[in-house]
Ligand binder design. Sequence first.
Ligand SMILES: Nc1ncnc2c1ncn2[C@@H]1O[C@H](COP(=O)(O)OP(=O)(O)O)[C@@H](O)[C@H]1O
Ligand SMILES: [Mg+2]
Length: 418
Amino acid sequence: MPTFSQILSKPSIFKDRNTLSSHYVPDILPFREEQIEKIMNWVAPALKNERPRNVFVYGKTGTGKTASVRHVMKKFEEEKTAYAKTCYMNCRIYNSRYRVMQKITKDFIPEMDKAGFGVATLYEKILGWIAAGSYRLIIVLDEVDMVSDLDELMYTLTRANDDLKQGSISLIGISNKLDFKNVLDPRSRSSLCETEMVFAPYSANQLQAILLQRSQMGFGQGIVDESAINFASAIAAQETGDARYALRLLLKAGELADEHSVSKITDKEVEDARKSVDSDIASEIIATLPDQQQIVLYAASCLTLGGSKYAKLFAGTEDEDGKFLSSGEVYEEYTRACKGFKRKKRSSRWYREYLNDLEMLGLITMVDSGPGMRGHTRLIKVGYPPTEIKVLIEKNFMHGKVHSVEDEEAGGTQVKLQ
Ligand SMILES: Nc1ncnc2c1ncn2[C@@H]1O[C@H](COP(=O)(O)OP(=O)(O)O)[C@@H](O)[C@H]1O
Ligand SMILES: [Mg+2]
């Protein structure tokens, strides 16, 4: 058994691992100068005691939205004016009007930080606090699409500004969902989107510069091969231009290097990191799937492993990663698997919906068979190593972590995958 001091003195390739975490906000954010300046211009009125307009910032995940807004907030707070206040929250946690109001109270009116107050009381207290200090409060709602009653929240905040004789509330809403604006109630939309800004995905060259900056902070000079950085950037650019994914590759590559006691990060570590990160991401997605979709995926994985009876019928549907399965045989296997997991089997209409859900999440790919031996059918291929998927789903069910969506057929409402 090693001692703690032995563990802690184990040599590591990292200089400052923390700088590679997705929560770390670097002082300099290359390629976002323009966006940062715009956001600074938007919030600046608060510093001269005027109400900033609400802002809606959106763009794909990993495009630097959170980092840019937090960067501006840091600068903003350094101004230390008496009346300008900011309150940041991630709506994955603060996911309702009530929780958002609780968070504001908790940050600014600590004596109210007890559970049990109703919305009306919180509203009064927050307004009382703003009016007393004539505050210009800027609330940042990151991942604002997670707020379940956003229309109510928007209504409350708009009303608050009408009720306030002194001071004001402004919002910066951030979303990873490009079409989120369109699903908002028109009144909420016009209020939240007074001004808006889109963050575009990064190109391979931009990711390269970002990774270079972070690799120098995280590992020090010369530890990461130039070609490894280029490789990681190319992979991330090909995926979605997501800087978070690119950084995750770099972090994992470092961990693998440590694990194998090598002192440099090369293409090999990046390639291995890609496999490991992709399978982590797949497990994260699978863990949030409702039971029926998991069983369908499970069935497809089992068939892939066990050999498809019909595969030989689909000549030319075999590629280097393996065989396609017919939609019908997966349904048969799904029926068997439902018995095994003691879940009620759904009709083929629902089964087709589940396949669409799985395809949308990138867990399977589907193609049309063309006019084959039994007419058109959909061919299915599992997107991740079937052995891993099988083990993972068995574990999910064994630990009772899978939420089941009962009566969806009867009730007619299908689960919405986010
Ligand atoms: N321009 C940039 N320069 C340096 N790091 C960046 C840049 N853009 C994003 N990052 C880093 O990438 C990760 C993801 O960025 P984040 O702002 O969380 O993305 P988003 O909120 O758009 O999903 C964070 O670790 C962040 O520091
Ligand atoms: Mg974010």
